[in-house]
Design a protein around this ligand. Sequence first.
Ligand code: OOG
Ligand code: NI
Length: 447
Amino acid sequence: MANNITADDIREKFSQAMSAMYQQEVPQYGTLLELVADVNLAVLENSPDLQQQLENADELARLNVERHGAIRVGKAEELATLRRVFAVMGMVPVGYYDLSQAGVPVHSTAFRPIEDAALARNPFRIFTSLLRLELIDDEALRKTAAAILAERDIFTPRCRALLDIYDQQGAFTEAQADEFVTQALETFRWHSHATVDAQTYQAFHNQHRLIADVVCFRGCHINHLTPRTLDIDRVQALMPEYGIAPKAIIEGPPRRNFPILLRQTSFKALEEPIIFAGVHHGTHTARFGEIEQRGVALTPKGRALYDELLNEAGSGQDNFSHQQHLQEIFSRLPDSETLMRCQDLAYFRYRLTPVGEMHRQAIKPGDDPQPLIERGWLVAQPIIYEDFLPVSAAGIFQSNLGSEGGARSHGHSSRTAFEEALGAPVADEFELYQQASDRSKKRCGLL
Ligand code: OOG
Ligand code: NI
């Protein structure tokens, strides 16, 4: 079919539709977007070098469209159907995150694009969590939850029909894509009517707030959308001026000259009125806002060091002392692009400079990139981390569930069960970064 549109186009349409819907549903999200845009503009104005660097790495164009969202589902079939929905948009499950160790009864993956060109255009990601009913110890409650979940369908009939059409055709026409975006969006819409009565809601809520959030509604409402900032410390400091109350500490690594992985902070959304079955009125807090700053992806060696240092640093009470403490502990991780590269701690993408192109035949597979970089034939660009961090995610969950700490579930990691529910294995994020690096090396003749 000549008029088919690409997965990238559909993802772009969908992420725009999602953002517009969420701005209407949670007006503070619109304020947050303004704040992040202001801060990013100021950072770029003050740092022409950074601007140039982002532009060279194809990072600048995507900055303003870049965001991730998060949803939580209750049963295997929902997760498996979401996999089909996101596949239409060129998003596949990457990574396995076990949150049960942190007292959150879910395990998760991130649906995201994986091709270089797709990531450069729009890296929209959805952090998707599956409730682990087996971690509810009250048996009666567990059965009630399972029965409620068995009854519901979070997808519209037309969305399901379009998925079948997509599977038959292998593509959508533009009209079908538009209809699909509209239909798929319904799954993520907020519903102010709970499907259960106030008592049932309260029983789930008492066991764990998350269970109430997942089980008591018709859909899997998007619970936050997160823009990417170039200076999260500045955003955190300015949030109160914009009428937004940030969580106590910024999660992840400390501020560095050469940023690594992912730093995140969030704010609690207001309590929202809901109507229970039986017409009782009440409130529910589920939706919030989050901001992230992304840096280079770490190799398994770099990541092991990150995990070790983070563990050693522990969690602070106030952001100022926590960040200072982190800075001290993280001094063991070199804060220099060259050292991170030469010590194989982070992933890089290589490109030949115009001079390098002229000497292409002198470059041999297996050559050490460093002398070529020093000679000006080659440039190395950090590969941005496109994924999430389990400890940070646990901190985000807990801050917006209203309990820093919360009841421990002590569940064991269950990746196999998650992949069975999903109906597919999740991709290994380290392999993806390694492949991106290798592809770039091949293009330069280094592999
Ligand atoms: C997801 C929390 C985790 C992140 O960015 O790490 C998260 C949720 O609350 O559903 O969004
Ligand atoms: Ni998030």
